[in-house]
Write a protein that binds this ligand. Structure first.
Ligand SMILES: Nc1ncnc2c1ncn2[C@@H]1O[C@H](COP(=O)(O)OP(=O)(O)O)[C@@H](O)[C@H]1O
Ligand SMILES: [Mg+2]
Length: 339
């Protein structure tokens, strides 16, 4: 089904963009075409400039056109107010934007994001961490940051420097307890400001995205234009089901899923025996579920939990070693592809 998106694009060229300029594919009105092995056709519909009724009619037409394609069992349309500009990927002056996502909270997404940023730093790269988890910011806790981010005269946010990283997050903007109550538009504004912060020059910016697959994830992924995404999950089946949706969303937005990180897969017992708190990880099953390689398996390291609570990141141990290897692999890959 390699020509799935091509067949989809050709079916959609029969639909005119209601605001003119040609068909919906040519004008970029519909983008992010994807077809999963299970026959789920995905498309992103930009509704800027359309009246409500027009948007509804166009979505119905898109659904109808896609559902007629052989091999399409279901159609998933994501609406967005912003049109992703193909040339506007990433953040100026930042080499790589790497998104870390998860289907649900509590799987270790923020821990992985922060420690991965630290691993890039240890490699000698200029690294940053953007904590975009609005309602559960934690970069400031893991890294033990008590300062607040300042803004320049032209109202650009200046990341806080900690452990050799540039860091921004809700926990560095306001009283984190109060930020939780921020309403949608305020949150969106803060996110834009953080994305437009003074990051440059940076080799890699790791973004800790909020868990789930809602509007926030979509607009963030579009604003930040990550060059790739990592998915964090714990090995139990419940977490995997949620996480698959997160992976599908990235793909639909045109962000390649580089791989999966299985977290808290094993724990050393008091007698040195190994236990699997969330079940024994089945690498093969995870790779099939996500259609992406498992890039790292991280054990549950009690010293790491304590370090996070104390705000004093570890520089050794099994998790650090595994993420150092992962950072190295990713850095090599970027060097090879020359971007
Ligand atoms: N590999 C690990 N070993 C030990 N503790 C971990 C590990 N990964 C995460 N934790 C702990 O689990 C809790 C949840 O992790 P966190 O990164 O905040 O998850 P999320 O961002 O997915 O909600 C935290 O207390 C964190 O310190
Ligand atoms: Mg978190």
């Amino acid at each position: 089904m390699a020509d799935g998106p091509a067949a989809m694009a050709s079916a959609l060229t029969r639909l005119a963009d209601p605001t003119g300029g040609g068909d919906v594919v040519t004008t970029g009105r519909v983008s992010g075409l994807s077809l999963s092995p299970e026959g789920v056709a995905g498309a992103v519909l930009a509704i800027d400039g359309l009246a409500r009724g027009q948007a509804d009619r166009l979505e119905a037409d898109v659904r109808e056109a896609l559902s007629r394609i052989p091999g399409v069992a279901r159609v998933r349309v994501i609406r967005t107010a912003e049109r992703p500009a193909a040339d506007a990927r990433g953040i100026p002056g930042v080499g790589q934007v790497l998104a870390v996502g998860a289907g649900k909270g509590g799987v270790g997404k923020s821990t992985v994001a922060a420690y991965l940023a630290l691993a890039f730093r240890r490699l000698g790269l200029r690294a940053g961490l953007l904590d975009a988890d609005i309602h559960g910011p934690s970069a400031h806790i893991i890294l033990g940051i008590t300062q607040r981010a300042q803004a320049t005269a032209d109202r650009r946010l200046v990341p806080v420097e900690a452990h050799g990283l540039k860091v921004l997050g809700m926990g560095l903007l306001a009283d984190p307890d109060r930020a939780v109550a921020w309403r949608g538009p305020m949150v969106a504004g803060a996110m834009v400001q953080m994305a437009q912060g003074r990051w440059a020059p940076l080799d890699v910016l790791v973004v800790d995205l909020p868990p789930g697959t809602g509007d926030v994830q979509i607009s963030l992924a579009q604003k930040l234009g990550p060059s790739g995404a990592l998915i964090v999950t714990t090995p139990q089946r419940l977490a995997v089901a949620d996480t698959r949706r997160a992976a599908a969303l990235f793909r639909q937005l045109g962000v390649p899923v580089l791989g999966v990180i299985a977290n808290m897969t094993a724990l050393a017992g008091p007698a040195g025996e190994v236990v699997h708190p969330f079940g024994r990880p089945d690498r093969q099953a995870l790779e099939t579920a996500f259609a992406a390689p498992v890039l790292a398996e991280l054990p549950l390291d009690p010293a790491l939990t304590r370090a996070a609570d104390d705000g004093r990141p570890l520089d050794h141990g099994p998790v650090v070693a595994a993420l150092d290897r992962l950072a190295q692999d990713l850095a090599c890959r970027w060097r090879e592809t020359g971007d």
